[in-house]
Design a protein around this ligand. Structure first.
Ligand code: GLP
Length: 213
């Protein structure tokens, strides 16, 4: 299960390079997308389906699944996706981290037992997306997201966090109280969680929580 955003762009570039060199064995893997804005078509350059199609160009999967944010019946679309997820135990989820502590589009207030659903986007999340849409007022107010229930049930989680703007969120994820005010904190006791971050993102963590160099 793969994320969007700026953070994983270098990773996708590397994956494309390896695929082109015949060094990426994804032919038997099934890809699920994590989330999608409501109202955008799969071809819309701002949609996450388009993002992943472009970022994964030249990489072959056994099958790929995305959320149709432009579906006429969004609840039915969520139910369809949840059924697919329930039939396919997820081996690995890659995640980014939002400034408000969200993962995928599981915004603050999200609970561990929630599934695929329509969510309202928080002001910081819409603000961060504003450059892609030419202004915050044009950013969709709602999105579809895979829920924490599915993410937490995955065999392995890999979270990518870079930049000083994410330092407070990373601090809240790892050092703050565990709770829905920081959805990422609800994942921190996952038995196989790997966090990859740079020094800037880690700058609010206390030294005792940083791994030995
Ligand atoms: C959006 C996406 C998330 C992503 C986050 C961080 O909110 N729904 O899946 O992790 O942005 O994006 P970036 O890496 O650009 O900071």
């Amino acid at each position: 299960m793969l994320p969007t955003g700026d953070t994983p762009l270098p990773m996708y570039e590397e994956l494309r390079r390896r695929a082109a060199a015949g060094r990426l064995r994804t032919e038997r893997a099934t890809l699920f997308e994590l989330d999608e804005y409501c109202g955008l078509t799969a071809d819309d350059p701002r949609s996450y389906r388009r993002y992943l199609r472009d970022q994964l160009a030249g990489i072959r999967f056994a099958s790929r699944h995305g959320l149709a944010g432009d579906a006429r019946d969004l609840d039915a679309e969520c139910a369809r996706y949840q059924r697919l997820l329930d039939e396919a135990p997820i081996d690995l989820v890659l995640l980014g981290l939002g400034r408000d502590g969200h993962v995928a589009f599981d915004e603050p207030g999200s609970l561990l037992d929630e599934g695929v659903r329509v969510v309202g986007l928080q002001p910081t999340t819409r603000q961060d997306a504003a450059p892609d849409f030419g202004g915050v007022d044009r950013v969709p107010t709602e999105a579809l997201t895979v829920g924490l229930r599915t993410i937490r049930s995955a065999g392995e989680l890999l979270v990518l966090v870079t930049g000083v703007a994410k330092a407070p969120a990373l601090h809240a994820m790892l050092d703050g109280p565990v709770g829905p005010q920081c959805p990422a904190s609800l994942l921190r006791d996952h038995p196989r969680l790997t966090l990859l971050c740079d020094r800037e993102a880690a700058s609010r963590l206390t030294a005792s929580e940083l791994p030995e160099p």
